[in-house]
Write a protein that binds this ligand. Structure first.
Ligand SMILES: [Zn+2]
Length: 656
């Protein structure tokens, strides 16, 4: 989801921009009466007994009448018992909707209590572990408008415009469900009966349209697993048009666009980018997840976008908004945060997807950096959402969106492009159509990169603020001494930092140092004959940080032991993949005899070196040649660094 403008709602209504880049063409809505209650929800802590069953299927069949602004119909709920004797099924449903009847599939009436937005249904016969139940609830009434507009009867150009936006807790405002993102239904049927002339769009595929005089029924089927908050309706006398995403030489998926007739011309330019965006994201994340169904946009009157599965609802048509919501089809829809405490797994990823699109579109990493520059957030608070009863906390633009996108950006630089994107694909594969928490993402990235990322996630997701660096340096005897100090009041950030030197002959060199303590001295080897003109810290802006000052200081105590590492460690090689040469970086605690070996993927030794190394950081260059000086072929190689007792390895890829 993305707000073009966030509405500040505590009795006074004012406009606050949280994502300024979307403002240029936004339809700012500052005075909708509905928004006065926009942040209130029917949220209640999840019912404990809901964990007793797993939902498999919802059959939603609703008549939607714009004149009295009511809905009526039925929802079938099928599930599997996860306990030895399931006697009660609890569903979330707004108490103001009235129940007509609740039956099982044999047609027996079931008793229920409907109170405090919870519908507790007693099964006639308890269901044992692994067995199914099937309940049909007939109900109706006028849904409330909570959250961002869970179910809204609006008008656009004097025509009825009806839409849903259920995230985070609004599905229960209009249909009975187990309203938590950690139990996806395997599939959903959605039948929408609306006055003839209106078009009802929803998730999945449209399998049938039946006109019955003054009423028309649109029958949609979503056959991929879906979270309750992603089930949607968008109803209007739309202009409908199509495009195609070609995902193989012979296969295409239809893109379906439901637009307000007066916007038809305006949306064309940016909508036409969608197919390229899908291709670009498929390259990075794996194929579009709902490829057998569709992707599309349906316009609605809310000032932003919402990533409804297979059919995003849009209240604008900027390129960034389109990219953001598309990114969510992978991150949010395919892999869904299991609780809104981890919403950054949806919103941070979608925000980074925007930046990745600009990088790909322009084929220029500078486009990525300039986009990320506009996502810098230096305020307080943790990305992990402590209070999920507050919609404002969940969708905090600075934390859940902007800073969270920086977490991915930083991670990308730490593990390197190949591990980062391989990690994203593995994460997507492993949690396809499932729900996830931060630690599952972390574990995948650790596995793929071979790095320990605990402190990175702990500090950036569960901690506050950002590092402020104060740097002093001097230069003597072919060594650059750099003293890095973190001066922020909050805890330190253990991060690798790029240190770039520009020499008097205008050549440049970048070292990566592993900064793990508040004040740390690094001794960096400078090539013979080079004289340092200036140094920079993180020159390409891969860390969300501030730099206090960088000054020359002749007084640095270069014998200080602060830079001595406390363990034997081999870092990922850099760059990776590589072509001309690769830098192998390791640290040792004490002076030691170190053996370096490089093997090909079959275990054949291609290069080796034995030498005595002093305590500290070391950088060894390998030029991709074997011991007799011949260039080795492209492929995966393994570098092994050993001190006789400990052996560390890293993978690297040589590309030609
Ligand atoms: Zn979003």
């Amino acid at each position: 989801m993305k707000l073009i403008a966030q509405l500040v709602v505590f009795l006074t209504i004012a406009c606050q921009l949280i994502l300024a880049q979307e403002i240029d063409e936004s339809q700012l809505k500052c005075s909708h009466a509905k928004t006065a209650k926009a942040m209130f929800t029917n949220y209640a802590a999840p019912s404990v007994t809901q964990a007793d069953y797993d939902v498999t299927f919802y059959d939603i069949d609703l008549k939607i009448d714009p004149a009295p602004e009511t809905i009526s119909g039925s929802v079938g709920v099928q599930g599997i018992s996860l306990v030895s004797s399931l006697s009660m099924v609890e569903l979330d449903l707004y108490s103001g909707l009235s129940i007509e009847s609740i039956k099982n599939e044999q047609g027996d009436i079931l008793n229920y209590v409907h109170d405090s937005n919870l519908l507790s249904i007693t099964l006639n016969n308890p269901v044992s572990n692994g067995n199914n139940f099937n309940i049909i609830i007939k109900y109706g009434g006028k849904p409330p408008v909570t959250g961002f507009g869970s179910f809204t009867f609006d008008q656009y150009n004097e025509e009825p415009m009806i839409s849903s936006l259920s995230e985070p807790y609004g599905a229960r405002d209009w249909w009975p469900c187990k309203d938590t993102p950690n139990d996806k239904a395997d599939s959903v049927d959605i039948s929408l009966e609306v006055p003839t002339g209106l078009i009802a769009a929803s998730n999945g595929k449209l399998v049938n349209t039946e006109i019955n005089g003054e009423w028309t029924t649109y029958h949609w089927q979503e056959r991929y697993p879906i979270a309750t908050y992603l089930v949607s309706v968008a109803i209007y006398p739309y202009t409908v048009f199509y495009d195609w995403y070609k995902y193989s030489p012979i296969d295409s998926m239809r893109l379906e666009y439901y637009v307000f007739p007066d916007n038809y011309d305006k949306v064309q330019n940016n909508y036409s980018l969608t197919k390229d965006m899908i291709g670009a994201m498929a390259d990075r994340f794996g194929e579009y997840p709902f490829i057998k169904e569709k992707y599309g946009h349906a316009e609605f009157t809310w000032g932003g976008g919402m990533e409804h599965q297979t059919l995003t609802s849009l209240g604008g048509y900027s390129e960034g908004l389109i990219a953001h919501e598309l990114g969510h089809q992978w991150w949010g829809d395919m892999a869904t945060c299991a609780s809104f405490q981890h919403i950054w797994l949806n919103e941070g990823f979608a925000t980074y997807s925007e930046a990745l699109w600009y990088e790909k579109r322009d084929n220029n990493v500078q486009s990525l950096h300039s986009r990320m520059n506009s996502n810098k957030y230096y305020g307080s608070g943790t990305i992990f959402v402590e209070d999920t009863s507050s919609v404002g906390s969940i969708f905090n633009g600075g934390l859940s969106y902007a800073k969270a996108s920086w977490v991915l950006h930083m991670l990308r630089h730490i593990v390197g492009d190949s591990a980062f994107f391989a990690g994203l694909q593995e994460y997507g594969d492993r949690y396809r159509f499932k729900s996830v928490v931060t630690e599952q993402f972390r574990d995948v990235m650790e596995e793929i990169s071979g790095m320990d990322l605990d402190s990175f996630f702990e500090r950036w997701i569960y901690g506050e603020y950002y590092p402020i660096y104060n740097v002093t340096y001097n230069f003597s005897n072919n060594s650059l001494f750099v003293l890095v100090e973190q001066t922020q009041a909050s805890e330190i950030f253990k991060m690798p930092i790029d240190i770039k030197a520009t020499f008097t002959d205008e050549s440049e060199l970048i070292w990566i140092v592993e900064n793990t303590i508040r004040k740390e001295l690094f001794t960096l080897p400078v090539p013979e004959g080079k004289i340092i003109q200036k140094i920079e810290i993180d020159p390409d802006d891969w860390i969300l940080k501030k730099v206090d000052s960088i000054t020359i200081d002749e007084q640095i105590d270069t014998t200080s032991s602060t830079g001595i590492p406390t363990e034997f460690h081999l870092y990922p090689v850099y760059p990776n993949p590589f072509n001309a040469g690769v830098t192998i970086r390791f640290t040792i605690e004490n002076e030691d005899d170190i053996q370096l070996n490089i093997f090909d993927i079959k275990g054949n030794s291609v290069w080796q070196q034995s030498a005595k190394y002093s305590a500290g950081n070391h950088f060894v260059k390998w030029d991709g040649r074997n011991l007799v000086g011949d260039k080795v072929p492209s492929g995966t190689y393994i570098v092994e660094v050993s001190n006789g007792t400990l052996v560390k390895t890293e993978k690297m890829l040589l590309l030609k």
